[in-house]
Each structure stands twice: as structure tokens, then as C-alpha cells.
Design a protein. Structure first.
Lengths: 204, 204
DNA sequence: GAACATTTGTACTGTTTCGCATAAAATAAC
DNA sequence: GTTATTTTATGCGAAACAGTACAAATGTTC
């Protein structure tokens, strides 16, 4: 199923790489301010090629969001490796997030979803759906680890895994916003440390 | 200084009211997707009147952000009334935030700054400056209350007021994002309650 | 009432926007 | 080699866009 030779002229570009370039454009400018000329220039693709491969601008944007969501989930599950202590897990989640957020030419880009999908969410239902689903998936993944923490005694029996997870996510959301607002790496790392402390309490 | 009659034809509109209407447009659509036609229609002002009163689109947007920031600070200081217990203060901060965030025709609008200024912050330095300053001002105001809490014994002497304030803000940032992502009022209120619990610990 | 100053409404300009039509190019099937 | 099929490249076209010129309208100052 991988090398099924399709008839007709073959593509002269790697769709996945093009999606990555398009993602950078959306990440810096947002959906509305990203023009097809910007996207065409960044991907080295003509407009018809973009349309042929991804559909219109909104489809392309949704594709980049989905890819970003998937990548983020991979980073998250790796950070939450259950063979490590809970405290380390949460610290790794924040470290992984900051590695993604603090990366930009002019200013840090923060999170693609929180930073750019939030604006469109009010008017574009499909964007709102992806954003909501992404946030929920993140919450759920962290919640699983919290439940495990209660079972293992890393957290008190009275702890509420669902709410702890949502608050752990909240710190990450704040890091995303603050990164884009121009906060320094030191500031963000300090918030992450304090967040771990507050969420994990005096867990071992 | 209030009624200095200027010569020439007087304005036929209230600039403050117009700014409020423009704010609604930016709140729903963001800066980039808000057209001058949208703004002109919402304010019932011709384009030349908009330009004459506020400058270009970016100037107008920055004006609405400043106004929103000021309004937000007023709500915040009122919520932080030091005659109330710390726990009530933080709960009131979140309640005040949600009252603002959960208000939209199609979907909740969240926070104007976090929801719409974040996108532009990367490329527009002036927007980034307002956003960063607003977040900092909020942090500082809450931090003052936290310091008072330590003095009064509402918080343990070992508490770090600066970091507690930033984490209290973090919960609010998350509420802003989640509101725009479509989360229900019940969900958001539950997060706010858990946030108060976590931040204020077992404070009286 | 005459001269001046500012706002308002209409209409315009030049640019940018998105999406597509059309034809040439490149490969598979026959 | 011929035909069928898909992707490229050029460039079109209609709409939306931000900002402004200009003249009419509406005040103040003298």
C-alpha cells in the first residue's frame, strides 16, 4: 500500500515536508493573515499544487493543526513515561512544551493551537472542534497518569485526578500564552518549576 | 478641560461607544479577519470618521486593547478587595473573568487579549507589548494580594507570593483559552473551583 | 452675517486576496 | 509508440481590501 504506483505525473514534492513549511507560516502569522502567496513561497509550491494536494486554505490549516496535535500527543505520552516519578513526568511535559514554544525568529511562537486556532475558533466551527478536542485529549492523557499516581500512592487518595490534570494543563496553557507574549525562557521555566511543585505537592 | 468647545463641526458620535462596538468585532473575528467594512458597519461610522477619530486599523485595535486592559484591571482590583478572605478573592477573580469570557453569539469569546492579541503578537511588536504588559500587570496585582496573605497568615510564611500569583493567573489564562475552545460553563466553573482550592490550599 | 475649522458621506484608487482555467509536462497502461 | 491520467506552471478574473480625495454639511469665532 506504500508504493502503489499511481498513473499520471508523479508529485515532485514531499507532502509532509510541505505541510511542515506551511505550518511555520501559520504559526507566525495565524490563519487569517497567512496569504496563499506566503504559503506558496514557503512551500515552493504553486497555488494549484497546494489546492490539488490539500484543498483550500482552511483545509490546509486544519491539516497542519491535526499534524501538530498528533506530534504534541507523541511528545506528551513520551514525557509521561510511567516508569518515572510523577514529578519528573510533569516536569518533562513542561520542558517538552517549552522546547516547542520557544522557537521563533522575531518572537517566540508559543503553541500553534492556543496561539492561532483560538482566534478562529469563534467563527470557524471546524477549528473550534479541533482545538477543543486537542485540549481534551491532552487533559485525558495527563489524567490517566494522575490516576496511576493515586493508585501508586504518589498522590493522596483524596486527590481528584481529573481536576489535577486540568490544572496541570492550565499551567501549560499559560506557558503557551506567555511565550507568545514575549516572556523570557527563565521566567517560563520558573513558572514550570512552581507548577510542578504546586500540582505534585510533596509527592516523592 | 471637559467641555472645551472645539471649533468646526462637532462629532455626531460617542467615541467611547464606537470603541465598544469595534471591540466586539475584534473580539469575534480577531484583528486580521476584521475588515474596515465590518468595523464601519458595527460602529455606524464611515471609514473617514474612523480614521479621523482613531487612526488606522492597527491604531484602533490597540485602542480597544488598552480599553479592555483597563476594564479588566478594574474588575480585578474590585475582586481582590482586601477586606475579604484570600480564597474569596481568587474565586471572585475567576467569576469575574468567566462573566466576561462566556458571552458570545455563536461561541464564547474568551479573553480579548489572550484570544486575539496572542496571534498578532509575533509579528506586531506593539501588540506584543500591550499583551505582555497586561499579563504582567495582572500578575502584579494578584501578587500584592498574595503578599498580604502571607503577612496575615492566610498563607504559610514559606509561600512564594510571586509564583503563587503567576499560577493563579495561569488558571485564568486556561479559562480564557478553554472558553474560546467551546468548553461549557459547568466545566469552566469546576476548573475555577479546583484552582482556588489548589492555589489557596487549606487557607481559612 | 462672513470667515474659518472640523466632521461627514460618497466615491475612488491601487493593491492584495483567493480560487481556478488552461495548457504543457511527466509518467503509467496498453 | 499511443493513449490515458495526473501534476506542474503561467496567468487570469472577480471580489475584497485599506486608505484617501473631495465636496457638502455643521459647527465656532469674529
Amino acid at each position: 500500500m506504500k508504493d502503489e504506483k499511481k498513473r499520471g505525473r508523479p508529485r515532485a514534492f514531499d507532502a509532509k515536508a510541505a505541510l511542515g513549511k506551511a505550518r511555520d507560516v501559520f504559526w507566525d502569522r495565524g490563519f487569517a493573515a497567512a496569504s496563499l502567496d506566503n504559503l506558496s513561497a514557503a512551500t515552493n509550491l504553486n497555488r494549484p499544487s497546494l489546492y490539488g494536494a490539500f484543498g483550500d486554505k482552511e483545509d490546509l490549516y486544519l491539516d497542519t493543526l491535526e499534524g501538530y496535535r498528533q506530534d504534541g500527543m507523541d511528545v506528551l505520552t513520551e514525557a509521561l513515561d510511567p516508569s518515572l516519578p510523577l514529578r519528573d513526568n510533569i516536569a518533562r511535559v513542561y520542558a517538552g512544551a517549552l522546547a516547542i514554544y520557544l522557537h521563533g525568529e522575531t518572537a517566540a511562537r508559543g503553541c500553534l493551537l492556543i496561539g492561532t486556532a483560538s482566534v478562529e475558533a469563534v467563527q470557524h466551527e471546524r477549528v473550534r472542534e479541533v482545538l477543543g478536542r486537542s485540549l481534551n485529549d491532552f487533559d485525558d492523557e495527563i489524567e490517566k497518569r494522575m490516576r496511576l499516581g493515586v493508585e501508586r500512592g504518589e498522590l493522596p487518595q483524596s486527590a481528584d485526578p481529573e481536576m489535577l490534570a486540568r490544572l496541570a494543563s492550565a499551567v501549560m496553557h499559560s506557558l503557551a500564552v506567555r511565550a507568545r507574549a514575549g516572556d523570557s525562557r527563565e521566567t517560563l521555566e520558573a513558572i514550570a518549576r512552581s507548577g510542578v511543585e504546586l500540582i505534585c505537592g510533596s509527592a516523592p
